[in-house]
Design a protein around this ligand. Structure first.
Ligand code: S3P
Length: 205
């Protein structure tokens, strides 16, 4: 007699992503103000993964804030510490890791992320970035006479490199949950089959 009480196995995109991810991390890259920490924290909660924030870990390791590190030791020292901290965090997967906006520019860090993680570029335009960073003085690179021009210059330098991320999701003024849904959809397509030909989600152009 057949077993009529057995239930079909219930899976969700989140469960399938976790199974396919294994020990790898999900790493969010992109400009300051793109929402890497905000979206990363929510994405981690959705997937029931730990959330790691590279900037906070750098500050904890140095016992100083990022503006203090820049002021006392200079940007190069910060970048070297940032690369070391990210290398260490990449050993603690599975997790969601939000990185500082300049970290993906270092080739060695990109290679490590490629080995240990699936990367998502949260792509934001100048207007959104300026709206989000305007009121805060915690980004030393933006303490210039014309922060919008600085952001435009950094976007021009960095976008060709951010483009190398595995996935691209447009960060824009929609509810955070929508961006998280799009990250989940993009991860599912990439890791679990589906439409892997297209790595962009949302209005990224
Ligand atoms: C930087 C971005 C910052 C921080 C530092 C430098 C950058 O992190 O690492 O101020 O070079 O873009 P967020 O991207 O989290 O703001």
């Amino acid at each position: 007699m057949s077993d009529t009480t057995s239930q079909p196995t219930v899976t969700s995109p989140e469960t399938e992503i976790l199974a396919a991810l294994g020990a790898r991390l999900i790493v969010l890259v992109g400009m300051m103000g793109a929402g890497k920490s905000t979206i990363g924290r929510r994405l981690a909660a959705r997937l029931r993964l730990q959330f790691l924030d590279a900037d906070s870990e750098i500050e904890a390791a140095a016992g100083m804030t990022i503006p203090e590190i820049f002021e006392v030791h200079g940007e190069q020292h910060f970048r070297d510490g940032e690369a070391r901290v990210i290398a260490r965090l990449l050993e603690s997967g599975p997790a969601v890791l939000a990185t500082g906006g300049g970290s993906f520019m270092r080739e060695e860090t990109r290679r490590r992320i490629g080995d240990k993680a699936v990367s998502i570029w949260l792509k934001a335009d100048t207007d959104i970035i300026m709206r989000r960073v305007r009121r805060r003085a915690d980004r030393p690179l933006l303490q210039t006479n014309d922060p919008a021009a600085t952001v435009n210059r950094l976007i021009a330098e960095r976008e060709p490199v951010y483009q190398k991320a595995d996935l691209i999701v447009a960060s824009r003024e929609v509810p955070h949950d929508k961006i998280v849904d799009e990250c989940v959809g993009a991860l599912h397509a990439r890791l679990c089959g589906g439409d892997s030909a297209n790595n962009s989600v949302g209005a990224t152009q």
